[in-house]
Design a protein around this ligand. Sequence first.
Ligand code: DMJ
Length: 479
Amino acid sequence: MLPAPSQVRSSPFSRRHFLRTIGLGGLGSITLATPRWLSTADKSVVPPQKPIRSAGDQAMADRVRQEFLHAWNGYKQFAWGHDQLRPLSKSYHDWYAAPLYLTQVDALDTMILMGLNAEAASTREFIVHNLTFDRDIYVKNFEITIRVLGGLLSSYQLSGDKRLLELAQDLGNRLLPVFNSPTGMPYVNVNLRSGAVRGEQTNPAEVGTLLVEFGALSKLTGNPAYYDKAKRAVVELYNRRSSIGLVGAGINIRTGAWTDPASFIGGGIDSYYEYLLKCWLLFGDSDCERMWQSSIEAVNKYVADDGPAGLWYGEVNMNTGARVGTIFGSLDAFFPGTLALSGDLDRARRLEESCFKMWTAFGVEPQELDYSRMKIAYDGYPLQPEIIESAFYLYRFTNDSRYLDMGHTFFDSLVKYCRTDIAYAALKNVETKEKKDEMESYFLAETLKYLYLLFAPPATLDLTQVVFNTEAHPIRRNW
Ligand code: DMJ
């Protein structure tokens, strides 16, 4: 059975879990000095790779926009005012006892970028009049940060509507208690009304995927608290890396002890690495630059698996570097994009070729693949965006039509296998193509946004001016 949506990106769901504790890392620690979140901003920082002006493909961009509208209209007809559409039963699903309008908030900036102005305006009005965070519900900090806080901040920057920033600030204040742990690393859940926290067993992605959103909130409101707390969390995690520079898959935020020594780049760790790079690019934070540089060196040394079957990233023990698995999956496919953004186009291109093999071997990529045998290890496809996100970055940085061709393949497969009469549905099984009654909000926030941006003229979004959060919400870096 697939895990609940809120679990999917926070744990390496089908991987083995070891319970083992290790000591602190030996590559040197980062010490947090007096907060210097304002002065560290270096406006000269741009992505190491300069985007190239590419032609795109307007006709394809228009087709993607049409498919966005198809899915959006299904959501509006059957799930309006709720978190997510159930595309097969034509009903809806709320994550918590009260809806937080996940699909509306997540999809709003996609509508703005696609020029769907009337839809964007009415959705924005709905959000500002109906969304309240004064709810007695325990929410998952990671998911609500990347989807809702990130979505509100990005739509605020794109629309200039201050009411969205006010909502973001209210949400940020209600999430802040997660950082009140003995280590400063965040609890997993927080009650939006009372500020009570729970959940001390977490992973690097949940600890380290907060600084883009909380940092942007600091920059936009002038209150450094958000930046400082999210930064401390990531530094505490980084300082616990192993002596060979890797992080594990599970950590206890109260004790600071690792609970799972498996190290990889996929779900549960993925966006920790992504944000080390992006926080450097977005804020010019030199601590983030150093943490990114030393981390990527260790990942490329130990986790990368470069052989005759191409470049893959598998699973190793964080302490010894010994290989313990050859699993790669749909979530890992964000990594070519991150490598490309960091300037490593060679690895980025080769890894995207491996990802493309993973997609074309079955018609749609599986959530987990044993790449040593090209056998499926976990057979669902919940409409994930990562492989398309990577094609988008690679096209912007290389202008190589190979990535437009990949985009055509992704688009055709989505339409062929995931489209329903009212929207789009996840796949239960990529071999049988049996559908599942689920359309995650990130399908509209990320999957279709990156596909649109891949084909649209580059001027639609200037990549030198923004950094995407991990939910594809662009944050403008003109502080
Ligand atoms: C998104 O919610 C985010 O990209 C997250 O970091 C992991 N991936 C999912 C979609 O697959």
